[in-house]
Design a protein around this ligand. Structure first.
Ligand SMILES: O=C(O)C1=C[C@@H](OP(=O)(O)O)[C@@H](O)[C@H](O)C1
Ligand SMILES: C=C(OP(=O)(O)O)C(=O)O
Length: 462
């Protein structure tokens, strides 16, 4: 049995919450197991959960949310929307209710908004705050405070927003909303749904027409949910093949009933765990199959994975289904850069699948991995190295040379990154010696109950 994973204690230092030193982390080790079996659900999709709270707070009336992901990241967004004046509560049946205020009508938060570990929460809410003529202060944990915010601050500055920060374009910072705000046309310079969404949300909350040009298609939850809440959003392809999104500001949104499907980025961990441990068969129910999110499934199928989609159906405007996965002999493939946006959070766990696959897996176009909760390319490389898996790390690519016995026995540094923690626990389920991650508590940012769920299927943690 494992020790119960507790959040490391936190302390407030000069306004920025820091993780304690290594003596306060919650290590967890995974050891070789004899297969995973069962039917399961994973928690609700993180991207849709953030947006359900945000759109609920901007809509008139009471939005109901079923299956909200109750993780630290999402709960921080809930607190932020409450600080802007929305009423956010949940009942005994875990249904969440958000009573909104209307677009452009939020009130100035009296305190500092703490987004913890969440890039999505911080960046989307910056779009809303920037369009309101008041001051909002943002902070986060040590990981979020090191991530680049210029990617959203630059378009907001063009709209007239003032940014006050002591540490460059990093948290903590204060936004002084533009008055009046100036709608813009913005070409998103990197493949980022967070940047696209920030600009669209700012545009929604100010008078005039805002345009976002997206050269590379990223997850489309903001677009789908805007329409779902009753907004009109223009979408066309320009001559260069880029998507042009047009939004008229101050449109009224209407409260909705939202059912959040299972998160494919969370399902990725039991999927890969089942593939690499002989004797496994899992059915993971009600998973979001939006095609801007299914790059990992495509890649695993190319690698020879025995994965089938069952009971495929529509739910609330999204394709969902059950995923059946059985242990498989995988082979290495090349994952093209163009696929990266549809599986951007799944590269750490794909690297684990690649370690167990025969031959080389080459992953290209990974520059965005360097600015996630950790530098994920470096963190994955260090974890592979510590556990005896050969690899080559480039500036924006990773090659994993799989197929040998995985020695394991390594201690992996998570760097406040939930996906690094879960990925290397999965690696340990097939390795010769246990694999330890230095902090399993960070997993609560996206997948509360991960360790218990995996143990119930047959995983062995200690
Ligand atoms: O918009 C979203 O909900 C998200 C977008 C992605 O980030 P980027 O937009 O930075 O790629 C992803 O990594 C994150 O987990 C969730
Ligand atoms: C990158 C991620 O999240 P965020 O950017 O919201 O912190 C993630 O969940 O893998």
């Amino acid at each position: 049995m494992r020790n119960s994973a507790k959040r490391p204690s936190m302390e407030i230092k000069q306004g920025v919450r820091m993780a304690h030193d290594s003596t306060n982390l919650s290590p967890l080790a995974a050891r070789k197991c004899s297969g995973l079996r069962g039917h399961l659900r994973v928690p609700g999709d993180k991207s849709i959960s953030h947006r359900a709270l945000i759109f609920g707070a901007l809509a008139r009336g009471e939005t109901q949310i079923h299956g909200l992901l109750e993780s630290e990241d999402v709960l921080n967004t809930a607190k932020a929307m409450a600080a802007f004046g929305a009423t956010v509560r949940k009942d005994d049946e875990d249904v969440w209710y958000v009573e909104g205020l209307g677009t452009g009508s939020l009130v100035e938060p009296t305190g500092v908004l703490d987004f913890g570990n969440s890039g999505t929460g911080a960046r989307l809410v910056m779009g809303i705050a920037g369009a309101h003529a008041f001051a909002t202060t943002f902070m986060g944990d040590a990981s979020l405070s090191s991530r680049p915010m210029g990617r959203v601050l630059n378009p907001l500055r063009e709209m007239g927003v003032e940014v006050l920060s002591r540490s460059g374009d990093r948290l903590p910072l204060t936004l002084k909303g533009a008055d009046p705000a100036q709608p813009i046309t913005y070409r998103v310079p990197m493949a980022s749904a967070q940047v696209k969404s920030c600009v669209l949300l700012a545009g929604l909350n100010m008078a005039g027409t805002t345009r976002v040009i997206e050269p590379v298609k990223t997850r489309d939850h903001t677009e789908k949910m805007l329409r779902g809440f009753g907004a009109t959003l223009g979408e066309e392809m320009n001559d260069a093949g880029e998507t042009v999104l047009t939004i008229e500001g101050l449109q009224e949104l209407t409260a909705q009933d939202v059912t959040v499907p299972g998160d494919p980025s969370s399902a990725a961990f039991p999927i890969v765990a089942a593939l690499i441990t002989p004797g496994s068969e899992l059915v993971i129910e009600d998973i979001l199959l939006n095609e801007t999110r299914t790059g990992l499934i495509t890649t695993l199928l190319e690698m020879g994975a025995d994965i089938t989609i069952e009971n495929e159906r529509n739910s609330g405007g999204e394709r969902i289904g059950d995923i059946r996965v059985r242990s498989s002999a995988l082979k290495g493939v090349t994952v093209p850069a163009a696929r990266a946006p549809s599986m951007i959070d799944e590269y750490p766990v794909l690297s684990v699948a690649a370690a167990y696959a025969e031959g080389e897996t080459r992953m290209e176009g990974l520059e965005e991995l360097r600015v996630k909760e950790s530098d994920r390319l470096a963190a994955v490389a260090a974890g592979l190295e510590a556990n005896g898996v050969p690899f080559e790390e480039g500036k924006d690519y990773l090659v994993v040379r799989g197929g040998g016995t995985i020695a394991g026995g390594g201690r992996v540094i998570t760097h406040l990154d939930h996906r690094i923690a879960m990925s290397f626990l999965v690696l340990g389920l097939g390795a010769e010696k246990p694999v330890t991650v230095d902090d399993a508590a960070i997993i609560n940012t996206s997948f509360p109950g991960f360790a218990d769920l995996m143990e119930a299927l047959g995983a062995e943690f200690e």
